[in-house]
Design a protein. Structure first.
Length: 263
């Protein structure tokens, strides 16, 4: 190593000029601390200043992975971009929901749950997907047989995000369930059951956001914009729901680069 480089990189373990044994051999295991440190010096001096990896380009032609980072959301279909006034109203409504939830959280947490409401453990990803979405959506069944005598089977249609349920979820659980549902949404279609839970979980997220929650909601907004563009039948109700989630992520949680431009 050059002298100038040594001055810029001071030694953490200075090695003096010790009197080493005449039979010192740097190729054999060191016998003393001085020999060990001297051997390290010798090996470091033999290292080249620049190392070039040897890569066989033929191996890269078959398997290549391209990662594309999209900074913003895809624009809404023509005629479906929300107005600024509509977005501001949704943010105001959402803010009121969050304030009410925080104010009455202890009350709703103390309410007894029905015997059939068994909340999964935080780490039970599949359990939460079934709990929130129901067997019909989870198993992608078009319809379930109706039985009016039994009433609603929430195990099949999913439990709604009741205040008595979401008030029992701490921030770790809220973030985990949000991650599970966003992961599901990444490969599946948007459904009303999913939309209700996404809205409720966003309402439970505490600000300032943790880094993982920040990343999740940005991922959610981008996915909503992708599904919105691909909506073939231009279902106005569904596009409105997707617009709402994008609006909350971008304008309430201050991810302004993801916001829809007012129509």
């Amino acid at each position: 190593m050059e002298a100038g480089a040594e001055e810029l990189m001071p030694r953490l373990l200075p090695v003096g000029d010790w009197d080493l044994a005449e039979d010192f051999d740097p190729t054999v295991p060191p016998r003393t601390p001085q020999e060990y440190l001297k051997r390290v010096q010798i090996e470091a001096a033999r290292c080249p200043d620049v190392v070039v990896a040897k890569i066989d380009p033929r191996k890269l032609k078959k398997k290549q992975t391209v990662n594309i980072s999209i900074s913003g959301c895809q624009p809404a279909p023509e005629g479906y971009s929300p107005t600024l006034r509509w977005q501001q109203q949704q943010v105001a409504n959402f803010s009121a929901v969050r304030q009410s939830l925080n104010k009455h959280r202890n009350h709703w947490r103390s309410q007894h749950l029905d015997s059939n409401v068994i909340m999964p453990k935080s780490e039970d990803e599949e359990g939460w997907k079934k709990f929130c979405l129901g067997e019909r959506v989870y198993s992608e069944i078009d319809a379930l047989p109706n039985n009016e005598n039994i009433g609603i089977d929430y195990m099949k249609v999913g439990f709604p995000p009741l205040l008595s349920i979401v008030s029992r979820m701490n921030q770790a659980t809220v973030t985990s369930v949000l991650e599970y549902l966003i992961s599901w949404f990444g490969e599946k279609k948007f459904t009303p059951e999913l939309g209700r839970w996404l809205y409720a979980l966003l309402a439970c997220l505490e600000k300032p956001l943790l880094p993982e929650a920040h990343s999740l909601i940005r991922q959610l907004a981008r996915r909503c914009s992708e599904v919105r563009v691909l909506e073939e039948n231009k279902n106005e109700e569904q596009i409105s729901a997707l617009n709402l989630i994008i609006c909350l992520v971008s304008r309430y949680f201050d991810q302004r680069d993801l916001a829809d431009e007012p129509s």
